[in-house]
Design a protein around this ligand. Sequence first.
Ligand SMILES: [Fe+2]
Length: 347
Amino acid sequence: MFWKRKRADKMNPIIKADNVAYPTLQVPDLDLQEKFLIHFGMHRVERTEDTLYMRGDGPQPFIHKTVLGEQKFVASAFSALSIDDLKKLSKTESFGDVEELTSPGGGYRVFGLDPDGIGVEVVHGIQDRAMDGDLDPVEVNIGGVRDETFRRFNQIKRFQKGAYPRIKRYGHYGLNSNDIPGALEWYHAHLGIIASDILKPPPADETAPIMGIFARLDRGEKPADHHCIFWLPAGMQSGGKTGLNHVSYEMVNLDDVFMGHEILEKKGYELEWGVGRHYQGSQIFDYWRSPFMQTHEHQIDGDVFDNTVPPQIVNVTEDGNPEDPEAGPSQWGPPINFQTFGDERGL
Ligand SMILES: [Fe+2]
């Protein structure tokens, strides 16, 4: 019997995704990719002839997947709260059938394509790995003004000189899109994604075009990162070609951002932008190019919102210091390089 697949409803999402899980990149040389990812702070979990799985220091069994082939961004994965959610998505015209995962940690997935032709996986049931203890057992003495507020007392803090930075989790990804409002609508209708910041040029009213959207998971009362996904215009960034802008990883601690910067610089990788602090999302950030020019970000200390915070319209020229305007500002740190950020090399 022919079973007609459902169209997603604009107002009522099919499901509300609960988290991001991992991106899948495709590159022509897995040796080179693995070497970079180790320097970036990851550890090999499994490697076959054509697939590489890497993890961070957090509980997820892997947070980065690479397949062998011509360079491209294959997909990013969101996690769902139940297997029923995967079944609901599989009944829409955008996603395929529920499949069993053969990757570390097992589980199930559905796979679909967004309006820009970018892959979207939604997964459920991936088992966490056993952890060896706290991610960062030594406390930070930041904040507080009185003696009683010191969290590290009679204890010293040491990092091994030249150690690789520690990654807690996959945090978000950025895409270059040819229809940003259409992309948000699709991710909202299928996964419940909601806008946090909508970037516009002056006068930043209804007539002004959208220059970018930062969007987050709707986790109800639970905190969600300011953005799990964001879009910039492919026409402006990458000659109209859609694809990856960057993938982003949340670090264990502040030291890891700066240790990462030092080691990636020493190893001779190309710095894209950093270290600095963002406006939208407020993270301390540091962006590096892989050997294939796909941008990977280290970041920490971002904003988290529940689903009550309404979307903000951001006038892109009004961030920062009006006395000293700069395009693509950081709260501190260097400005963005619009000639290279999200360019065609990194798709
Ligand atoms: Fe980012």
